[in-house]
Design a protein around this ligand. Structure first.
Ligand SMILES: *[C@@H]1O[C@H](CO)[C@@H](O)[C@H](O)[C@H]1NC(C)=O
Ligand SMILES: *[C@@H]1O[C@H](CO)[C@@H](O)[C@H](O)[C@H]1NC(C)=O
Ligand SMILES: *[C@@H]1O[C@H](CO)[C@@H](O)[C@H](O)[C@H]1NC(C)=O
Ligand SMILES: *[C@@H]1O[C@H](CO)[C@@H](O)[C@H](O)[C@H]1NC(C)=O
Ligand SMILES: *[C@@H]1O[C@H](CO)[C@@H](O)[C@H](O)[C@H]1NC(C)=O
Ligand SMILES: *[C@@H]1O[C@H](CO)[C@@H](O)[C@H](O)[C@H]1NC(C)=O
Ligand SMILES: [Ca+2]
Length: 538
């Protein structure tokens, strides 16, 4: 009986819409119970879908996206150290099959819209050579939100492509968010004409990354005007950029609905790393005014603020909609999970893939006290920066630090907001376009779920004991379940656990491959390539 019911919902391969948000902090969405940030479209889908409350990503872009795309931990692909700078001749090694390649083997059409950041020095590394049928976006890690120009060092160059064709001029002077929304909507419309072919669209937002450093955020004027009452101009721009991101997600969801495809589409939302907070703490790098509050650390660090990701999944047919998945999960899990949702047989994935298929756990809302899919999670081992962290059950061990510990603290973003003004411009999730659609149409909405307390994943760290931790000198140990904000280093009283976790780290270190990083090459300079950042080696 149960089998029959299941097959009736899964008789068609679902479309997959993957939404990747860049540098989004834990405290930058409403569904973590933030009272000062409003992301009503994201929140309605999150609350109506399944929130992954113990989800981890890498601390920076290129490693995180490589893990998302391959299902392999960055220590196993050579992507574990730093990001790919625009002038550096390296990228995600080709021997690793990508999620779009797996999905193509199941007859999906595959599309990437937005940021790549997995290497482009040779044409072999660009999205259309790595599994995507089409690509519309930029290759580097950060770029201008309007003029399509990417700066790296002293070099400036254009960076926008349609597949492998330079297309910066065609898209110049529109805001990236508008371009990505518009392209996604066009593609979704096209797809509604060919209903039998399942599709995979990855929309990889530029928001809420900074533009070309040291320039921070660029936002359409009408959005800025909405937030006039926020005094700090960087924070005002950031909040406005978040609002435009949220609107994009609402617009895209409603377009799925209008074209009759929302019912047959699985939506996955993920951040790629924690927010950089350098601007808030007066630094001149790791710039940004995002917030990981109340978590410790920021982008680049292996503290929770750098690696605790934001993720949810929504599909109308999921029986467990409106719940929270509390099991430990990792960004590598999406490749096997989405392959499985798409009808793939796990035995066709490489045996040594690191990601775990969460499909059944998500679909059936497994009670984590009974089934533990993942008890251990390696955050990273980076022997060039001498930093590592690993999780085992509730415990987390941290060794070393990056940038001399400059981002090891708890950073609070101080938004002074006039509450009644904020309420006026910030609709609750129940007033958002996504909610309107979910509520008005026949999406089997569980009306109780949106209000249910347990869908909030608020982290409370008040009243914590603080114990010193100097991870450069000695490993620090935390009980993340009791102390999610890493205040209380319990290494000295739990030496046995420290030792066994160090042993485990060393075992994992032996399975690591050397980082594939290579130093910058002056021949990459756009001045040699008609003003574009493009592939410059065979
Ligand atoms: C993919 O399409 C081919 C050709 O139409 C077909 O033989 C094959 O069964 C399809 N594979 C899947 C997984 O649907
Ligand atoms: C790009 O900007 C032009 C001029 O303002 C506008 O007409 C057009 O609709 C914009 N395109 C998108 C995709 O927003
Ligand atoms: C998956 O593949 C294995 C090995 O080919 C096979 O034994 C198994 O029946 C397949 N499972 C499904 C659900 O098709
Ligand atoms: C990492 O450790 C090695 C060996 O102790 C040392 O030579 C190197 O300078 C360290 N690197 C950093 C970035 O601290
Ligand atoms: C936040 O800003 C207000 C007003 O400027 C100030 O009174 C308060 O001390 C600040 N709080 C923190 C934590 O910086
Ligand atoms: C979505 O599918 C369900 C059946 O699973 C159906 O009852 C509902 O009417 C569909 N909604 C829309 C908007 O097509
Ligand atoms: Ca990022």
């Amino acid at each position: 009986m149960i089998c029959l019911l299941k097959s009736s919902v899964a008789n068609r391969q679902p479309n997959v819409l993957l939404m990747i948000v860049d540098d989004l902090g834990w405290n930058d969405v409403g569904f973590t119970d933030n009272k000062l940030i409003s992301t009503p479209n994201i929140d309605s889908l999150a609350k109506e879908g399944i929130i992954l409350s113990n989800y981890y990503v890498s601390s920076i872009c290129s490693p995180s996206r490589s893990a998302l795309l391959t299902g392999y931990h960055p220590i196993h692909t050579g992507m574990q150290h730093d990001v790919i700078a625009s002038d550096e001749p390296w990228g995600l090694p080709q021997q690793f099959k990508t999620l779009p390649q797996y999905l193509k083997s199941l007859n999906y059409s595959t599309h990437l819209i937005g940021k790549w950041h997995q290497g482009f020095y040779s044409k072999r590394f660009i999205p259309t050579e790595r599994g995507f049928d089409t690509f519309n976006g930029y290759l580097s890690g950060a770029t201008d939100y309007y003029d399509r120009i990417t700066r790296y060092g002293l070099q400036w160059g254009l960076d926008w492509y349609e597949d492998d064709t330079p297309a910066a001029y065609k898209y110049a002077f529109n805001h990236t968010n508008d371009i990505l929304t518009d392209q996604t909507i066009k593609l979704i419309s096209q797809k509604s004409q060919s209903k039998n072919e399942p599709w995979f669209i990855a929309i990889s937002y530029q928001a809420v990354h900074i533009a070309n450093s040291p320039k921070l955020y660029q936002v359409p004027v009408d959005y800025l005007d909405r937030f006039k009452f926020i005094k700090d101009s960087n924070i005002r721009s950031y909040v406005a950029l978040l609002a435009s991101l949220d609107d994009s997600i609402g617009t895209i969801f409603n377009h799925l609905h209008k074209t009759g495809q929302a019912n047959s589409t699985l939506i996955v939302f993920t951040s790629d790393n924690g927010a950089p907070t350098g601007t808030l703490t007066g630094k001149d790098f790791n710039l940004g005014v995002g917030s990981n509050q109340p978590l410790r650390g920021a982008k680049y660090t292996l503290w929770e603020g750098g690696i605790k990701g934001l993720s949810w999944i929504w599909a109308n047919w999921l029986k467990s909609k409106g719940t929270v998945y509390n099991g430990l999960s990792h960004i590598t899990d999406w490749t096997p999970t989405l392959f499985s949702f798409a009808g793939g047989n796990e035995s066709n994935l490489p045996e040594n893939i690191d990601g775990i298929n969460l499909r059944h756990a998500l679909e059936d809302n497994w009670d984590q006290s009974e089934i533990v899919l993942r008890d251990e999670l390696l955050h990273n081992i980076d022997d060039l920066w001498n930093v590592s962290a690993i999780r085992k059950g509730a415990y987390k061990l941290v060794t070393g630090t990056v940038f001399d510990g400059q981002f090891d603290d708890w950073v609070s973003r101080n938004i002074t907001i006039v509450e009644h003004l904020f309420k006026k411009i910030s609709p609750s999730s129940k007033e958002s376009p996504s909610w309107f659609t979910l509520n008005q149409s026949l999406y089997e909405l569980d009306r109780k779920s949106i209000d249910r307390k347990n869908v909030l994943i608020k982290i409370d760290c008040s009243n914590q004991i603080k114990t010193d931790c100097n991870p450069v000198k000695d490993p620090c140990l935390f009980n993340i379940e009791l102390d999610p904000c890493e205040f209380n280093n319990i290494a000295s009283t739990h030496q046995d656990i420290v030792n066994s976790m160090l042993t485990r780290l060393n075992e994992m270190r032996k399975t690591a491959v050397p980082p594939v990083n290579r130093p910058g090459d002056p021949l990459s300079a756009p001045i040699h390539h008609e003003g574009y950042w493009t592939w410059w080696l065979p």
